[in-house]
Ligand binder design. Structure first.
Ligand SMILES: Cc1cc2nc3c(=O)[nH]c(=O)nc-3n(C[C@H](O)[C@H](O)[C@H](O)COP(=O)(O)OP(=O)(O)OC[C@H]3O[C@@H](n4cnc5c(N)ncnc54)[C@H](O)[C@@H]3O)c2cc1C
Ligand code: FES
Length: 360
């Protein structure tokens, strides 16, 4: 099968705030667990209504931390975050996928890495920061000039700010190289903090001030942005950055909240499409009905293609289309993708009679 499930044992559970804990994990299957800073794994839960999955970003960094760790924040009424925080304990076994995700450090070293995070959105950012300060950092070969790192981090107050102690220590340890501004909605006069909501105007002001009042071509080209926050905040930040002419390719986003407003298509069982899914050592052929996503068709037939959110936000299900055409239906846009393009199979519908997909 194209997807491989892993067994991980919880070796420690550390409370970060009243509603957030870090779980340190070790492979229970004797194999190494490979991941990169900024990636996530998906936990797989067996329930009476079938298998359910949730993604959790690594808060640890390979090469710096001996074991992988995830950090989970309680979502009110959330099924699995509550189970993990209230019931999962050291010694318990979890089923997971391999690591996934594209929220990765750049290959070419920029002058500045700018992070915008809110709440649990800090998790993949912390993994990056651990790599930048204590590990290989950006994968460029230039060892001397280290990029400047700036973090804007929004929370209710300092008590509910995940990893605050660590971030404060790093500000002392790496002055001139790392700075963080907290945005607290419910706390005044905290150190390094503004009692403000981050909006377009404030973000623009802060960015201009940070870059000495002027955004030069070099600044625009050599600043890499990473956003991991609620959708409204990320949309606001992206709009501001685009208005300030930062290139789209320099803005990387990670979304935590699954999309619930996806358009639903009517299934027509009288029409079918032939799909070929090619993995490293395997080739699987199956059919989809008209109006059925490629992923749902595979799962219905017991074929284990990779996925997590099933709603177009996590990219676990990505495959490269090598033949035929697929319509990928996001909430606000539908894209027709052909050979050479990546498709989200969870929201991807075959258009042509035959479609070939490659899982790298
Ligand atoms: C790529 C990726 C990485 C992620 N990394 C982390 C991480 O490092 N730490 C972490 O705590 N979570 C992370 N998440 C979110 C996580 O996968 C779950 O969605 C979250 O734990 C809620 O699951 P649940 O079963 O408790 O809630 P559910 O029962 O699935 O949801 C209950 C309600 O809460 C809403 N909801 C779901 N997730 C969120 C959320 N994150 N914030 C606000 N509302 C939500 C749902 O729309 C639903 O209405 C990540 C998600 C993705 C896609
Ligand atoms: S499963 Fe998350 S994007 Fe398809």
């Amino acid at each position: 099968m194209i997807e491989h499930k892993r067994r991980l044992r919880i070796v420690a559970k550390k409370w970060e705030t009243a509603d957030t804990a870090t779980f340190i994990l070790e492979p229970a299957d004797g194999l190494l667990f490979h991941y990169k800073p900024g990636q996530y794994l998906s936990l797989i839960f067996e329930t009476v209504s079938g298998e359910k999955r949730r993604a959790y970003s690594f808060s640890s960094c390979p090469g710096v931390d001996p074991l992988p760790a995830i950090t989970v924040k309680r979502v009110p009424n959330g099924e699995f975050s509550n189970w993990l925080l209230s019931h999962a304990e050291p010694g318990d076994l979890l089923t997971a996928t391999d690591a996934n995700g594209r929220f990765l450090l750049p290959e070419i070293q920029p002058d500045t890495l700018f992070y915008l995070a809110a709440g649990s959105g800090i998790t993949p950012v912390i993994s990056h920061l651990r790599s930048l300060f204590f590990g290989d950092g950006v994968t460029s070969s230039h060892p001397v000039a280290k990029p400047q790192v700036v973090l804007y981090y929004a929370n209710r107050d300092s008590r509910n700010t995940i990893f605050k102690g660590q971030i404060d220590r790093w500000m002392d340890e790496f002055p001139g190289r790392f700075e963080c501004t907290y945005f607290f909605s419910r706390e005044k006069n905290a150190a390094h903090a503004l009692h403000r909501h981050l909006n377009n105007e404030l973000l623009e002001q802060l960015l201009l001030r940070h870059f000495g009042g002027k955004l030069t071509t070099r600044v625009r080209r050599n600043t890499q942005f990473y956003l991991c926050a609620p959708k409204t905040m990320m949309r606001m930040a992206e709009m501001t950055l685009r208005t300030l002419d930062f290139p789209e390719k320099n803005i990387l986003k990670e979304t935590f909240v699954p999309e619930t407003r996806l358009p639903v298509r009517v299934t027509d069982r009288s029409k079918t499409h032939d799909i070929v899914a090619i993995g490293k050592n395997e080739r699987i052929e199956f059919q989809t009905f008209e109006g059925e996503t490629i992923l749902n068709a595979a799962l219905r037939q017991g074929i284990a293609l990779p996925y997590t959110c099933k709603s177009g936000v996590c990219f676990t299900c990505l495959a490269k289309c090598t033949k035929g055409e697929v319509e990928v239906v996001f909430v606000d846009v539908t894209r027709r993708e052909g050979p050479g393009n990546m498709v989200n199979t969870c929201i991807g519908y075959a258009v042509t009679e035959k479609v070939e997909l490659c899982y790298e």
